[in-house]
Structures are given as C-alpha cells and as structure tokens.
Design a protein around this ligand. Structure first.
Ligand SMILES: NC(=O)c1ccc[n+]([C@@H]2O[C@H](COP(=O)([O-])OP(=O)(O)OC[C@H]3O[C@@H](n4cnc5c(N)ncnc54)[C@H](O)[C@@H]3O)[C@@H](O)[C@H]2O)c1
Length: 495
C-alpha cells in the first residue's frame, strides 16, 4: 500500500492520470497497487512510468470524438515553425486549447508575447490566440501529459550525404514518450519516407511509454500541405490526407482534422499517406526539372520559354504550368525526393528519374553563373572584379524563408569566381545562419537606391513589392531568372 500526494486529471478517454509530486515515488511505483490521493477515493491503478494511470474504464474512439466535438480536447503541437504555427492558429480559431512545444527559447518568448516571427503570419493572429487564453508556447515537454492529441511538425532535413536525417523526429518521440498516456492521439506531420511512422516513431513511443500503439494510444500520419503565402489556399482550405496505424487510429485523427480542415482524405495506412506526400513533391521536382531543361534548349533556339509556357497553358486539359528558375529552394522540393531515393534502395530499387531531376535542378545554379558570364562578356566585362547585386534572397517570392535558397548558392559561386557580391531583399535584412552557407551569416541587405553602384544585377527571387524596373534603369546589365522584367528592356537577359 502506498501513500502518495500528487495531482491528477481525467483524460479524454476517462482514464485517471496521476502525477505524484515526489519523483522517488514515481520511480518506485511501477506495478499495480492501491493509492490514496487527497480528494480521490481508493483507486486501483496501474503505474506507468512517471504517471500512474487508472485503467479499465478507457472509453472508445467515440468518446474521443465526443470530446473533440465538445472542445474538451487539448492539442499539443510540437515544432512551432512554418507548419506548426498555422495549425496552432487554426485549432485556436475553432476554440481548441493549444499548447505549442518548441526547443527554441527565442520563438517561445516571441510567441508568448503575442508576436509572430514569420512574415506572412501577422502578429495580430498570434496576439488574438494569446489573448483568448487558448494558446501557450512552452519548452516543458512534461506538459504533454495535459494534452489529448499531439501533432508533430518538426524538421526532416537531409544529411550532408543527402540521406534522411530523422534526428528531430526521434528526439521528439523520446521527449514525449514518458508523458504520453492512454487515450491520446499522436500524429506525425513531418514529411518523410514511407515506413517512418511504423518503423521509427511508434517503436520510440512504445519504448519510452511502455504503452502499445493502436491499443493504448492512437497513432496516425498526416502530411502537411502548407504553401506559405498562397493567397488562394491556407491550412484550413487544403484537403488533408490521413493514414492511421489502425482503423480506429485513422478514425480518431480524421475526426480531429475534420474540425479545422475543409476535407480529410482517409487512406489505408500511414505508409500510404507518407508516400502520397512524397509523390506530390517529387511530381513538382520532376516537372520543374523538365521545364528547366526546356528553358536551356529553347534559349539556344532563341525561343523564350516564358512565352511558350503562357501559350501552352491555354490548353484546357492535360497540361499544367511549371516555371523555370535558378534552382530549387525551400524545405520541401529540394529535399523530399531524396527521402524516397534512400528508402527505395532498401528494396533494391534505383530512383533514376528522381535523381536526374535533382541533377538538372541543382545544375541551374551553374547555368545562371554561365549565362551571367556570357552576358558580361558581350559588354566586354569579366565576372572577376564585377560588382554584382543578387536581388531576392528568399527561396520564393513574398516570403522571408531562406532555407535551401538558390540565391545563397549563387552568391557563393559568383564570389568563387572573383565577383564582388551584395544582395537586396526587403524581407531579409540580414542573412540568417544556415547549415550549408555559414560563412554568409550576418551579411546585410543593401537598399534598392544603391542599385546604380553595381555593374550587373541578377534577379533570383521575384518579390511582388520590388519594382524591378529600377534595376533595368540603373544597372548596365540585368540577368533575369524569374521573368520579372519580360523583354521590355534591351539590357535584361533571361537566364
Ligand atoms: N514549410 C513548409 O512549407 C512545409 C510544407 C509541407 C511540409 N513541411 C514539412 O513539415 C515539417 C516542418 O517544417 P517547417 O517548415 O514547419 O519547419 P520549421 O523549421 O519552420 O519548424 C520546425 C520547428 O520545430 C522546432 N523543433 C525542432 N526540433 C524540435 C524538437 N525536438 N521539439 C520541439 N520542437 C522542435 C524548431 O525549433 C522549429 O521551430 C518538415 O518535415 C517539412 O518538410 C513543410
């Protein structure tokens, strides 16, 4: 018999979650016994890790769904980045309490003070959810115990050898496992290869919690389809694919997303949902590579690729436009295809098509440098010693995200050939620290007024707030990789 003083709360499933104050008690109490708690009659409980959980009266998925409908369901969102933050806002908008978890103390502080740190998410959206009392950010993972559904939105980068780096998912699983409890739903949203949820996430969760996925808690995979700053679609209006570890897992996850998203698309397994996300991004990567290749061919033929695309997209069926550029950027398209490439090898398969697309897209950096050298040559200038302005540092227009941005690669390549390079980006006053280009960290954007001090400008990203015509007027030469200036100016060359 134990006498313990602690706190308790009832989970959505009706289970009793008990947390003794004394850590020594927590360690000892693994097994079955009787516990006296203030305010609770004698309870038979099973002791699970750091929490003591009353079993036997866990309810069904239906009671979880009922709790969702009654908004008696606290959402935990792990990773308050480009994916996690919009999700948190959406759940709060639908009156769910949300606890946001992150390991970055700066982000936690900014968000708790009601500010945003992402350009396209205005601060008033954060202050609104803070003032409503529904949202709080924390680094204290023990508070997972107070949540009923946990959505994992942490990064899934590549290693330096272009292999999947699941460290963030594994660390997250290890951080939350001691605090998960029966009747909880855990959903992985990070993009990854088929098999991650069942082969990596679930074993870590089971090991750290001593609970069984599909029996004690539900697990699902639902990929994020966020398109930052897309005026047409936002988190709530993009249909969401959901695969469950079991049918009940899928049912629970769909019920939750149905409350905030226009349509959920259930699929038969976590692996199918994981594969769906990769297929979508590989589709983009391959088609961008195709149009990049066509751009180079048409340039030799003196045909403008942009004009060709405009004409082709008038076909009402069987064609969808993709646009060329200086190379891929962002957290998804340059990275995700390699997740499948790596996994396919386990099955003795090579992903030739996917890798060829990656090769072509990566070669675009060199192509832009080559075109710049050609154009400079035409006006009798070598690249070495030329004062060059790279315009746009973000990986795409109208965002402030520099992850995998081709502009960073271009700056390095130009400097490697002796050019004197500066950049201009109204949304990125200084270059943040990146894994691939640490030596560029801290460089500051010049002002567009200074454009006349440069021999040439290279438009790498097209922000709609930038008047690119100023470049054509002030610089001897402009290299345009985004068709920002069309063919209005004779000193503007496409690349
Ligand atoms: N950005 C997009 O447009 C987009 C779109 C679709 C899918 N995705 C996928 O979503 C996932 C997240 O991407 P993102 O763009 O939101 O990344 P992000 O870098 O903007 O955000 C991730 C957050 O997770 C935090 N974090 C890292 N490790 C953590 C841990 N152990 N515990 C808690 N927090 C942790 C980081 O501090 C960061 O705030 C990735 O798998 C990405 O491929 C992103």
């Amino acid at each position: 018999m134990f006498i313990i003083v602690g706190t308790y709360h009832r989970s959505v499933q009706g289970g009793l979650i008990i947390r003794p104050y004394n850590y020594e008690h927590r360690k000892k109490l693994l097994g079955i016994g009787i516990v006296y708690f203030p305010n609770i009659s004698n309870q038979q409980v099973s002791f699970h890790n750091k929490h003591l959980i009353k079993r036997g009266n866990l309810k069904t998925t239906d009671s979880f769904i009922e709790a969702i409908n009654r908004r008696k369901c606290t959402i935990g969102i792990i990773g308050l980045g480009y994916v996690g933050l919009p999700l948190a806002i959406e759940f709060c908008r639908q009156k769910f309490p949300v606890i946001g978890f992150d390991i970055d103390p700066d982000k936690i502080e900014v968000l708790n003070s009601g500010e945003s740190y992402i350009k396209h998410i205005p601060s008033d959206r954060i202050s609104l959810i803070r003032n409503s009392g529904l949202f709080e950010a924390t680094a204290d993972f023990s508070r997972i115990v107070n949540t009923d559904a946990v959505l994992i939105c942490v990064p899934t980068p590549l290693s330096s050898h272009l292999e999947p780096d699941l460290t963030y998912i594994i660390t997250t699983a290890q951080s939350i496992a001691p605090y998960i409890h029966p009747g909880q739903l855990i959903v992985l949203e990070s993009t990854t290869y088929p098999g991650t949820t069942e082969e990596t996430l679930i074993p870590e969760l089971e090991k750290g919690s001593k609970l069984k996925a599909g029996e004690d808690f539900w697990v699902a995979y639902s990929p994020e389809r966020e398109d930052p700053n897309n005026p047409k679609y936002s988190t709530s209006t993009i249909p969401k694919v959901v695969g469950g570890f079991t049918d009940e897992c899928r049912k629970a996850a769909c019920a939750l997303y149905d409350e905030i998203i226009v349509r959920t698309v259930p699929v038969s397994s976590c692996a199918t949902a994981e594969a769906t996300k990769l297929m979508e991004n590989i589709f983009r990567s391959v088609n961008i590579a195709l149009v990049n290749e066509l751009k180079m061919i048409f340039h030799r033929m003196d045909i403008n690729i942009w004009e060709v695309i405009e004409a082709a997209k008038t076909k009402p069926f069987g064609y969808m436009p993709f646009y060329p550029g200086p190379g891929l950027g962002g957290h998804c398209i340059p990275i995700d295809p390699y997740y499948l490439t790596w996994k396919a090898k386990e099955y003795g398969m090579m992903t030739r098509f996917i890798e060829l697309a990656g090769e072509i897209n990566t070669s675009m950096h060199e192509y832009v440098v080559h075109r710049t050298m050609e154009a400079l040559n035409e006006i009798g200038k070598p690249l070495k010693g030329t004062k060059l302005l790279v315009v746009g540092l973000a990986y795409k227009g109208d965002v402030d995200d520099t992850r995998e941005s081709p502009s960073l690669a271009l700056i390095e390549l130009f400097e490697g050939k002796g050019a004197i390079v500066s950049y201009y980006d109204p949304f990125i006053p200084a270059i943040p620290k990146t894994r691939e280009h640490p030596q560029l960290t801290g460089r500051k954007s010049i002002s567009l007024d200074e454009a006349g001090n440069f021999d040439a400008a290279v438009i790498s990203t097209k922000h709609s707030v930038v008047d690119h015509r100023i470049l054509a007027q002030k610089c001897t030469l402009v290299i345009d990789t985004r068709n920002a200036l069309g063919n209005e100016f004779p000193n503007v060359k496409q690349a």
